[in-house]
Design a protein around this ligand. Structure first.
Ligand code: AMP
Length: 369
């Protein structure tokens, strides 16, 4: 086991195992390109070790070059990718083989395909040492693939965790045994967002509020925002399919998190089941669902107060608030049984000062470990 910053990682592949995979890729490409001089294009920074070992295994004449892209992963999953180091000029009429260390969502790959579609290359192929098939959303097939790996965070052999670990000779996988994943449960206005703000600091967790992600998308007028707006404005739930996909994206964006607070998700039985199944694929699970309890009249007063200062239309009209409660009673309340059956359901009195309620929540969380 090794430690980088606050995270622990276990050995996943030794140097010998990696080199055997690299050699296999080089042999296959050599067979296909022995009659010409291809240009190998490494994708920085992660691919530098792979490129180096690959070239040592490649037996025929070839050239090498590099590109560097930077992907910005904000709250939306648009994943804009910018070119920092561009394609070489000598590329026209040549066979180009991209060397990638890892392909996960496929956003970088999509951008590479786009960049190279504007050049007059003879042909264009992709070789990747690792491939996370569970998180791949792209359509482009990977021509030369080293190894499919599970959807866990890995470092080493060029891959980093916050820029460290690239110099490790083996590949290491994050050790999730110390992770805590919580669902904060309760009606609108119960204080989930406020309490999540404190808990995420105390336990070093990533807070995902599906309501906030939707509002961010509405503000930025994204496709997702446009879709969600009509439902949210009325106080209806956004369809499961959309919400589940979005939630998964948010989790995928934080592969190195020490745990998550899910706030406002799941809200239906289908969402709860999808969440369990999804987490299982990542060797993760929900540890506890904690409900903040408060009665409707208190909540309506709180929400109308909040509506005066926020620009949320769903907080400014009592009828919409009541509709949100109705949605909760019909679709979300049944989840109490779902989590009780799994012995994960806890309930906390949500009336009192913010500090008192935080204390009640931390008592439950501390009793989990
Ligand atoms: P919230 O900020 O959690 O009160 O959410 C505001 C609105 O966002 C809800 O009334 C729904 O329209 C939508 N929303 C948030 N989370 C979900 C979810 N898990 N499923 C469906 N709709 C959601």
């Amino acid at each position: 086991m090794i430690k980088l910053y606050d995270k622990y990682f276990d050995l996943f592949l030794s140097e010998e195992e990696i080199l055997a995979i690299v050699k296999k890729i080089a042999d296959r490409i050599a067979e296909d390109y022995k009659d010409e001089v291809p240009i190998f294009v490494g994708v920085l920074n992660g691919a530098f070790m792979f490129v180096s070992d690959f070239l040592k295994c490649y037996p025929y004449p070839c050239e090498v070059s590099f590109v560097k892209l930077s992907s910005y992963r904000g709250l939306t999953s648009t994943g804009i990718v910018e070119t920092l180091l561009d394609v070489p000029d000598t590329i026209e009429g040549r066979s180009v083989i991209i060397l990638e260390d890892i392909i996960d969502t496929g956003r970088t790959l999509q951008e590479l395909v786009h960049i190279f579609s504007n050049t007059n290359v003879k042909n264009f192929k992709i070789a990747s040492l690792f491939f996370k098939s569970e998180s791949y959303n792209g359509e482009y097939p990977i021509d030369y693939l080293g190894m499919e790996i599970p959807n866990n965070f890995i470092v080493g052999y060029g891959l980093d965790y916050k820029e460290q670990g690239r110099n490790l000779r083996g590949v290491y996988q994050i050790n999730q045994s110390k992770m805590i994943n919580l669902v904060l449960f309760g009606k609108p206005g119960a204080g989930k967002g406020t309490q999540a703000g404190f808990l995420k600091e105390k336990y070093n967790l990533k807070h995902i509020s599906t309501g906030d992600v939707f509002r961010y998308n509405i503000k930025n007028n994204t496709k997702l925002g446009k879709l969600a707006k009509s439902y949210m404005d009325k106080g209806d739930l956004v369809p499961d399919e959309v919400t589940i996909r979005m939630l998964q994206d948010e989790v995928e964006k934080n592969p190195e998190a020490s745990g998550f607070i899910f706030d406002g998700f799941p809200r239906t039985a289908a969402q709860a089941e999808a969440l369990d199944n999804f987490l299982e694929t990542k060797d993760m699970k929900i540890h506890a669902t904690i409900a903040l309890e408060a009665n409707d009249e208190v909540l309506i007063k709180r929400l109308l107060e909040r509506g005066k200062v926020s620009d949320r239309p769903d907080d400014q009209d009592e009828e919409k608030i009541r509709n949100r409660f109705e949605e909760y009673n019909q679709k979300t309340a049944p989840l109490i049984d779902y989590y009780s059956t799994q012995k994960k359901f806890h309930s906390v009195n949500g009336i009192g000062s913010i500090e008192e309620i935080t204390k009640r929540l931390t008592q439950v969380i501390d009793s989990l470990t």
